[in-house]
Design a protein around this ligand. Structure first.
Ligand code: SF4
Length: 373
């Protein structure tokens, strides 16, 4: 049966506002109109954190991830209050990873220096491109030089762990343009890169008015050339879209992909929590206003049914190049889960782990469909 004490635990904190809504974005993010209710919102987050702490009182937190939206709209003073609350109510591991997502358009040296002071030790910067023309098409509020400066300044301030997000297969982008973005990103030598293809998601402005995107042949060429370039620069691909220097994988996201647990606090935040005999998936109210009216309430709190476990575990674990050990699969699901996955995917898995054979990794989506049959 489930062994919660053996499952790493993270905390995900959602900040739902942005300066502007990007046309491709399907996250729970809302354009900020008027003043940011920083103190009131963080107070709601603290109530939410305190109310969920009792579920995990005997477990250690290995990562905290402040995502959005744009958490870097919030000052270090209110985040200090948040961190104090977390430390008072949760046991933090000695090397806990604490990440904040930042938009280069919000970079101010004093504010980011304050983040270091409150213990944030990893910065994830949403650069997306170093080409002004591409940034404009993506509706980003920053320009290329601001993105470059944000990464440079963050390093000077003492952030040793920096992720840079870069998108490719953008409207009007050439192979040279894609490679130039990667070249500039690598020159800045962050220890982590998230490099992912632009996709058109429902409920976005791009979905209503799709831009013209590169052909599938051109996208495939970009993928092959980009992967080769990153490998040559010393970035190891450890997940479909995540690359790092050795030992710098994101602890928080890796835990999510390894079917680990995480508390979700904040508007629209999702969580996954294993109790003695059940796994719950939770979600908070998406509307920031409604969330703040009752931060303790869940919009959804559902049991993961035994029927869905094999699919859910494979959906997460097989995103990782090295997959998961069968031992971890068993302690995070049921003994039968591993057997079910093996019976349906044996021909594309390595013998001793939940891990795709190298030639099968590229066909992640196609192979997972087999688990739904
Ligand atoms: S800044 Fe990020 S979260 Fe905000 S709208 Fe753009 S893509 Fe979405």
């Amino acid at each position: 049966m489930y062994k919660p004490e053996r499952i790493p635990l993270g905390i995900y904190v959602h900040f739902p506002w942005c300066i502007a809504k990007c046309p491709y974005c399907d996250f729970n993010s809302h354009q900020l109109r008027g003043a940011l209710p920083a103190e009131a919102y963080v107070e709601s987050l603290c109530q939410d954190l305190i109310s969920q702490a009792g579920n995990v009182s005997d477990r250690e937190v290995t990562s905290i991830f402040m995502g959005g939206g744009t958490p870097s709209l919030f000052g270090a003073d209110v985040l200090c209050h948040l961190m104090t609350t977390i430390k008072q109510h949760y046991q933090l591991a000695s090397h806990v990873e604490i990440t904040i997502e930042a938009n280069p358009g919000t970079f101010e040296v004093d504010r980011f220096a304050g983040y270091v002071d409150v213990g944030i030790n990893r910065l994830s910067i949403g650069v997306q491109s170093f080409c002004d023309q591409m940034l404009k098409k993506l509706g980003r509020v920053h320009c290329a030089s601001e993105a470059y400066d944000a990464v440079t300044q963050a390093k000077r301030l003492g952030f040793n762990h920096i992720n840079v997000d870069i998108m490719y297969a953008l409207s009007g982008q050439s192979i040279d343009g894609m490679l130039q973005d990667l070249e500039v990103a690598c020159q800045l030598s962050p220890d982590h890169l998230s490099w992912y293809e632009l996709t058109i998601e429902p409920r976005t402005a791009y979905y209503k008015r799709p831009p013209s995107l590169p052909s599938s042949e051109l996208k495939d060429d970009m993928t092959d050339l980009g992967l080769a370039y990153l490998a040559k620069q010393g970035y190891e691909r450890y997940e479909i879209s995540a690359f790092s220097t050795p030992g710098s994988q994101c602890v928080h996201n890796s835990n999510t992909w390894q079917f680990g647990d995480y508390i979700g606090v904040g508007a629209g935040a999702c969580g996954k929590l294993t109790m003695a005999s059940q796994i719950y998936r939770t979600q908070k109210q998406s509307s920031p206003k409604l969330y703040q009216l009752n931060p303790l309430a869940y919009a959804k709190r559902e049991l993961v049914s035994h029927d869905r476990l094999a699919f859910e575990v494979a959906l997460c674990g097989l995103r990782l190049v090295d997959g998961m050990s069968w031992d971890d699969v068993t302690s995070r699901s049921l003994p039968i889960t591993g057997m079910e996955i093996r019976s349906k995917l044996a021909s594309v898995l390595v013998p001793d782990r939940l891990q795709f054979k190298p030639e099968a990794f590229h066909y992640y989506n196609e192979h997972l469909v087999a688990l739904l049959s």
